[in-house]
Design a protein around this ligand. Structure first.
Ligand code: TXA
Ligand code: MG
Length: 317
């Protein structure tokens, strides 16, 4: 099993030695490697059993650290980053030679973000170089929002988990790209909502509700518990005992309360987002056979939650 601790110096030493280390971010835990070493980056794919065709997000400590990684940093991208970073926003930009093709799967674009977690920032500053980090879960599984989640998914495959407590946002970053027409396109809904982005930039929302794969890793079946998950809309009419229920803000009165998890009793979508993955981890370990999840209101962070629930409900081929 991996060692769990709060020792940033130890995490840095391991990364410098070419190891992979799980680190906390405000969104979900990441599995990090230095981008300067293809050998280290390869270990991420191996530990997660992730196909090399699914590129990795590069994490840096400041907007200035983005400059050497890109060949062009349009004013709009800089403005977006300055407005939302550190925070759950990832931007695709044309990569420089410092970013290996292994990280981007040969794409000319690299995904970059600045995580808003004090330990992640301390680690990046101390390390003095960018890290590549996907979510620290086995490929296709539920994302981890605590050190314990990482331990249960990948503990046997990594030396160290830097414990930064429970993730404050609990949903992955929003991924955006600047299109040729200058508009911003959301490729993955996440911790920054569409409405928040719209206050700053003009969004291209054509086809945004479509479930097509827009980034390589958002193939349909994803974020999935081991148990079958069904996404429910409207009133739920069953009293079957073997179901675990994921609810937005209220218990279903007619079924056993102990098999239900309410994400936010006050109906706060941000709180629901923060609790989503840990609730799925819990439901997966309860003695129920199926998970029935209620669809969230489809605005704000609700869109990102519904996206994760939808993908979790799609059966693997
Ligand atoms: O909040 C987050 O973004 C977390 C934390 C750890 O930072 N990371 C995360 O990484 O969610 P991951 O690998 O689980 O999801 C990253 C997504 C994948 O769907 C991947 O295909 C896409 O970003 N992506 C990464 N680099 C890309 C690129 N160059 N072009 C297009 N998509 C890219
Ligand atoms: Mg992931």
């Amino acid at each position: 099993m991996a060692e769990i601790g709060r020792d940033v110096g130890r995490a840095i030493a391991l990364l410098k030695a070419g190891e992979i280390v799980a680190i906390p971010t405000e969104t979900v835990y990441g599995l990090a490697a230095c981008i300067s070493s293809d050998t280290a980056v390869r270990k991420i794919f191996e530990a997660k059993q992730r196909p090399f065709t699914d590129p990795l997000i590069v994490h840096v400590a400041s907007v200035d650290d983005v400059v050497p990684l890109v060949t062009d940093f349009p004013e709009m991208a800089r403005k977006l980053m300055e407005s939302f970073s550190p925070g759950p926003l990832t931007i695709l930009l044309p990569k420089s030679k410092l970013v290996s093709n292994l990280v981007t799967n040969n794409s000319p674009l690299v995904a970059i973000r600045i995580p808003a977690h004090p330990l992640a920032l301390e680690l990046l500053r101390g390390l003095g170089e960018p890290i590549a980090a996907p979510s620290a879960n086995p490929f296709g599984g539920i994302s981890p929002t605590s050190a314990v989640h990482v331990q249960s998914g990948l503990g046997a495959k990594i030396p160290y988990i830097l414990d930064g407590g429970d993730c404050g946002i609990g949903l992955e970053s929003t991924i955006v790209k600047i299109e040729d027409n200058g508009k911003i396109r959301i490729l993955r809904q996440g911790g920054i909502s569409q409405e928040e982005l719209q206050l700053f930039v003009s969004l291209d929302l054509d086809g945004i509700e479509s479930t097509e794969t827009v980034v390589p890793g958002s193939m349909l079946s994803h974020y999935a518990p081991r148990k079958p998950l069904y996404l429910m809309e409207g009133e739920l009419k069953t009293k079957q005992e073997n179901i675990g229920w994921l609810r937005f803000n209220a218990l279903l009165p007619e079924v056993s309360h102990e098999n239900q998890i309410v994400l936010s009793p006050s109906g706060d979508l941000k709180e629901a987002g923060r609790n989503l993955f840990s609730a799925l981890h819990k439901l997966d370990s309860m003695s129920v056979d199926e998970i029935w999840a209620e669809k969230m209101p489809n605005h704000g962070i609700g869109r990102a939650i519904n996206d994760r629930l939808f993908r979790a409900s799609v059966k693997r081929a």
